[in-house]
Design a protein around this ligand. Sequence first.
Ligand code: SF4
Ligand code: SF4
Length: 410
Amino acid sequence: MGVMKLEEFKNEVWFCGCCSMCRETVSKGIADKHAWVGVCPVYDVLRFDHYTSRGRNTIAKYLLEEVLEYNQALAEDVIFRCLGCKACEQICTPTLVPGLKPIENMKIIKAMREDCWNMGLVPQKLKEVCMNILDPEKNNPYGLDKELREEWAEDLNLPKQADTLYFAGCAAAYQNQNTPEAVIKILRKAGQEVAYLGNDELCCGHQLIWTGDIEGARKNAEELIKRIKETGAKKVIFSCAGCYNTFKNDYKDMGISVPFKVEHISKTFLPILKKLELKEQFKKKVTYHDPCHLGRHAGEYKGPRKIIRRIGAELVEMERSGKESWCCGAGSGGTCLINYPDLNQEIRSRRIKEAQATGANVLITACPMCLKNLRDAAHENKVEMDFYDLPNLVAEVLGLKSEQYDSWKG
Ligand code: SF4
Ligand code: SF4
């Protein structure tokens, strides 16, 4: 076996003290009978230690000591089952000790997946997703026709060149077309015109990175960045949490330079909402689901909440929110949704019940994948709620609601 990527993280792996805080933790005081709160959603459902970072780091030690070898069962059952939600890294015990950093569990899991990719141990369904992304006739994870990507923008006459570019991403362009439409309507109402790559937009490569095809991800990212540079854009704005974090952090981790500013719409919309008059106040009780890739991965918690308060809604937080938020269950790039549908269904059911327990009748999020996953969970669990991706919510209060908008009700 050649050199493993995992070896780059040897020190990280050895530094894990197996304290198990990343499995479950005491968050409400020891006297509370519900004091032990689950941290890892996968462990919460499946109850085996090897699904947690603590357990996986022990396996990583054995791999590094060569008492264990990567194999298909290990890859399928353990390495690809992690959601990449980062809850374990958030709570990692060394963070409680001043001066110490958490174990970089996300880098460890990505390294293990890269090793699996290089050894041909990747689950078949995820391999097909990667092939679809890199297929020049498709360039999207769903294997759909490349030409369908810009369907949502057909009547909007968006320019190909401008100082700011909007990156819609595959999930919104193919599965959630009201979101990009709402983004453009809001920006135009504020007098801002943005460029759009249309069918030349490529998948950001989020799933390539989380499946371990780093060379594929690198080539894809370099071509995409070249295309964006050709538009002359100095800033790129995103409505998808996953795409945003890929540009903001993952490319940097891969040593790829991003020669423009990147911004999530939760930041873009706030000054617009301060400037424009609201058509109506959103006088409803709402809860907000933090997408893992916008919250824990990219550190954006306040922006969406400020927007929600600005439009007059009453925000009630779920038991686990902000840094402690619970993943919707889709997993990074939908890897769990695609490969372990039963597990995804159980995790998303638990999350939607947490949302229901707040008494809110509206759920807001800022990621098209979380939105779809939680809306499906509501249908499965007969939970009556309305669902809004952040741009749809802002469009509604500005009187820019799309004709097809009611299809997003839960
Ligand atoms: S990233 Fe999430 S799913 Fe994966 S081990 Fe950590 S807490 Fe569990
Ligand atoms: S919380 Fe950190 S140190 Fe403790 S077991 Fe988990 S990864 Fe290891």
